[in-house]
Design a protein around this ligand. Structure first.
Ligand SMILES: Cc1cc2nc3c(=O)[nH]c(=O)nc-3n(C[C@H](O)[C@H](O)[C@H](O)COP(=O)(O)OP(=O)(O)OC[C@H]3O[C@@H](n4cnc5c(N)ncnc54)[C@H](O)[C@@H]3O)c2cc1C
Length: 408
């Protein structure tokens, strides 16, 4: 009987294991999980709701959401894409719903529903599961793999799927066969920017729906919702910048200037003219008392104060210098970034097992026949929105479909 061992009881490991058990009913499938609980990231994902996938059914569009690995995923999506994810869960009693921005969640709004579904499937298909069973070393030989666990137990596998997620540092991949030459050095992706000393930190919780944010000295620029936090800046626009710039920002040691245009829909001349028009129409109004351009009142007041406008100052009394400075701050505020945080946001690893070392049709290692990879351990990562789980489902499925086939 074929022994299939899956290392990692996360989204990709479960999906790989249940797919393998269903595809190769004569095989024995065993999941080994280091922690004493399973599917931990699924549990905390999406704020406890689990953003399972994204309602994007055009593969060309979908792969644009992966700063690393998009082209690699494209042929794999032909085997299992977001529509397949929806069908897979729905046919197992877990309907998904789509939010206005395309993110898909279980209709229960609870990640526990996804966990229970995966556990049910594993039980139904007789997938054996061992928790508190971390794999320490793997020896490859002509007949398969010999795994040694942290407790010293030896387990044999004819075929091996490594779905152990991402690790923050390269040495943590040391136990993975071939990781020396195959590893693309890991750096974090999906983080928020710390701006210590930023006068806007007092506005934590204030957000704008549309800001253009640039990282000085790079070509990185994104536009979208921006959130001010207790430590700096967050929100979709920042998370996107951190994902697309993951490696470049690591190279800058997370020290760089951030340039924010709070009014990207207008050019500088239009901003200047609108201020002047308002000034002419409402000379007696206090500058700080009424926000213009639909900006949150506290942000408007903070930017105007930064520009040198006093509490009591009326539009008619506003000298040219602070008015010019306001135009400048509204369209081009600069904040020195020093460090990053994960806050409550999801984070993923950029880097991992290099894609050139893996067969893009089957996910079998080109270095070790019979060894497969799935999920975040691969050098594939997406922006927020359900794309990282879609990678886990797609790659877990493809590895599971192929792992029991005769080794070439
Ligand atoms: C807070 C948070 C929220 C998130 N929310 C979302 C979301 O809503 N939508 C989305 O698409 N993505 C989200 N993500 C990202 C997503 O969770 C991951 O991309 C996804 O879980 C990766 O799945 P995986 O199975 O590859 O790895 P993991 O989920 O990391 O699972 C790997 C498993 O392998 C185990 N393991 C590791 N080494 C060993 C070993 N040596 N022996 C045995 N077991 C081992 C680990 O303990 C772990 O259980 C979130 C991430 C975080 C941190």
């Amino acid at each position: 009987m074929l022994n299939i061992v899956v290392i990692g009881g996360g989204a990709a490991g479960f999906f790989g294991a249940v797919t393998a058990a269903e595809t190769f009913p004569d095989a024995r499938v065993l999941i080994l999980e280091k922690n004493n609980t399973l599917l931990n990231k699924v549990r905390i994902s999406g704020g406890g709701r689990c953003n399972v996938t994204h309602a994007c059914y055009d593969h060309r569009q979908l792969v644009k959401h992966y700063p690393r690995g998009g082209p690699f995923l494209r042929p794999l999506l032909k085997q299992f894409d977001a529509a397949d994810t929806v069908r897979w869960f729905e046919s197992r009693g877990v309907p998904l719903k789509t939010e206005a921005d395309g993110r898909m969640f279980p209709t229960t709004d609870s990640s526990e529903t996804i966990i229970q579904c995966l556990l049910r499937e594993a039980r139904r298909l007789n997938v054996a599961i061992r928790t508190s069973c971390g794999v320490k070393t793997i020896r490859t030989d002509a007949t398969g793999f010999q795994l040694t666990t942290l407790s010293g137990e030896v387990i044999r596998a004819d075929r091996l799927l490594i779905a152990a997620g991402g690790f923050p540092q390269a040495p943590a991949y040391g136990w993975v066969p071939g990781s020396g030459s195959a590893l693309v050095p890991p750096v974090p992706s999906l983080f928020t920017f710390n701006t210590p000393g930023n006068p806007l930190l007092a506005l934590a919780g204030v957000s704008v729906a549309d800001a253009a944010v640039r990282i000085q000295g790079t070509a990185l620029e994104e536009r979208g919702p921006l959130l001010i936090t207790h430590w700096g800046f967050s929100g979709p626009v920042v998370l996107r910048l951190s994902a697309w710039g993951a490696r470049e920002l690591a190279g800058l040691n997370y020290r760089h200037d951030l340039r924010i245009n709070w009014l990207p829909a207008l050019n500088e001349t239009q901003v200047r003219e609108e201020l002047q028009t308002f000034r002419n129409q409402h000379p007696k109004k206090r500058v700080l008392s009424q926000s213009l351009f639909g900006l949150p009142g506290r942000l408007w007041a903070a930017l105007a104060t930064e520009a040198g406008v006093s509490e009591a100052m009326r539009w008619a009394e506003l000298p040219a210098k602070p008015q010019n400075r306001m135009v400048n701050l509204l369209t081009n505020s600069v904040f020195p970034v020093s460090g990053k945080s994960t806050f409550k946001e999801e984070f993923v690893t950029c880097g991992g097992i290099g894609l050139k070392t893996v067969d893009p049709e089957t996910l079998e290692s080109r270095l070790h026949p019979g060894l497969f990879f799935a999920g975040e351990i691969l050098d594939v990562d997406g922006i927020t929105g359900g794309f990282n789980f879609q990678n886990a489902w797609t790659t877990g499925f493809v590895a599971g479909k192929n792992i029991g086939k005769p080794v070439k």
